[in-house]
Design a protein around this ligand. Structure first.
Ligand code: NI
Length: 390
């Protein structure tokens, strides 16, 4: 077989590390064993690191002999998801209630692979290897930023595996690539009563039905159709018996948008509809909206750096662009609010025509993607060093 990627010789080691990480999934901010596995590998590579105790972040450092050289950061997320793995893999999760269903085991391994390549042949810049806790929940990126560990970083790069592309394909796109994700909960307080005497009650379930129908017009009638937006009601809880009018109902849902003005319009629209529906039907309707991760907005200069690196690794044929942002979300966005950078996607499906969504109990990757990711992260650091020193 022709040696295709610079990281080819690391493959066996990367597969071993990825499988160990895969077997030991840990939830957000509980990545203690994961941190230990990473530190053991960094020790073997003779790369110094800081372990950020309770946050579990591990930050490896490869210093440059020129102190004034730029600092380039690579970021991998560490956490797994709740849920039972159903892959049947020999290295499936040891425990029944957690699994690496989002490929973060692969991301950590790719950054370790890049660390191995960069250690052997150091680039003309300082490199930080950021292993970040709690991407899925809790915004670990913010914790890392607030720790001050990224002060002086010139650019940051990260990536995610996906079944949308084949192995050997890297998606690089400028600008907005993921959505802002917010949550809402609506509490409808009516008046309970006997199912036969509606005139004595205020039926929270009828108000819920009307409100759900009204909310469907928010995106379809109030948002410019060229801008993406989603309002999903994920849970509805109300009622206790067939012949009892429900006094209360609780709805919960998710809002996805890519522009602040669209987000504000949906937030205001939801509040307006909740208030109006309460007034219309003589109930108390409370709404609570929690802002989630902001959109990932890649910066242009760093996107071109990533583009050149990807082209070196997978050639023209492997370079993918994005027609439209994903409506998923990612806390890499917090870094990009402070530091220029680019977030990419690595094709990882195992067979042609296979599509297993992230977060599904069957999720697995084609491990060949580890080579692509490691080679890309190595190359992007070198490209960035060159760009910033020229
Ligand atoms: Ni993920």
């Amino acid at each position: 077989m022709v040696e295709k990627y610079k990281s080819e010789h690391l493959y066996e080691w990367m597969v071993t590390v990825r499988r160990i990480l895969h077997q030991h999934p840990e939830l957000a901010f509980k990545e203690v064993e994961t941190a230990k596995i990473l530190m053991a590998e960094l020790d073997k590579l003779e790369i110094a690191y800081n372990y950020n105790g309770p946050g579990n972040a591990v930050i490896g450092r490869l210093p440059c002999k020129h102190p004034a050289a730029p600092v380039v950061a690579l970021r991998a997320d560490m956490d797994a998801l709740p849920g039972t793995e159903n892959t049947g893999l020999p290295f499936a999760a040891c425990m029944k209630d957690k699994m690496h269903a989002c490929g973060h085991d692969a991301h950590m391994t790719m950054v370790l692979g890049a660390a191995a390549l960069l250690k052997v042949s150091p680039p003309p810049c300082h490199v930080l290897f950021i292993f970040q806790p709690a991407e899925e929940k809790g915004g670990g990126a913010r914790v890392v930023l607030e720790s001050g560990a990224l002060q002086g970083v010139s650019a940051i790069f990260g990536g995610h595996v996906t079944h949308h592309y084949r192995v050997g394909e890297i998606m690089v796109a400028d600008g907005v690539i993921t959505a802002q994700s917010d949550r809402f909960s609506i509490h409808i307080k009516g008046k309970g009563g006997h199912g036969a005497r509606p005139h004595e009650a205020t039926d929270a379930i009828v108000i819920t039905g009307l409100l759900i129908a009204a909310m469907q017009t928010l995106v379809s009638r109030e948002i410019n159709p060229v801008y993406p937006a989603v309002v999903t009601i994920g849970t509805v809880h109300a009622g206790s018996a067939p012949n009892v009018i429900a006094a209360e109902a609780i709805l919960e849902g998710s809002i996805r948008t890519t522009l602040p003005e669209v987000r504000d319009r949906i937030h205001n629209g939801l509040k307006r509809m909740a208030r109006a529906m309460g007034e219309l039907h003589n109930a108390k309707v409370e709404i609570d909206i929690t802002q989630g991760y902001p959109p990932v907005v890649n910066t242009t200069r760093e996107t071109y750096i990533a583009y050149r690196a990807a082209q070196k690794v997978v050639g023209h044929a492997g370079l993918m662009t994005l027609d439209h942002p994903s409506m998923g979300s990612e806390d890499f966005s917090y870094y990009l609010q402070k530091i220029p950078g680019c977030y990419v996607r690595f094709g990882a499906r195992r067979h042609e025509n296979e599509y297993i969504p992230l977060h599904s109990p069957e999720f697995d990757i084609n491990e060949e993607v580890l080579k692509v990711g490691a080679a890309f992260f190595d190359e992007v650091v070198r490209e960035a060093a060159q760009e910033f020193s020229s």
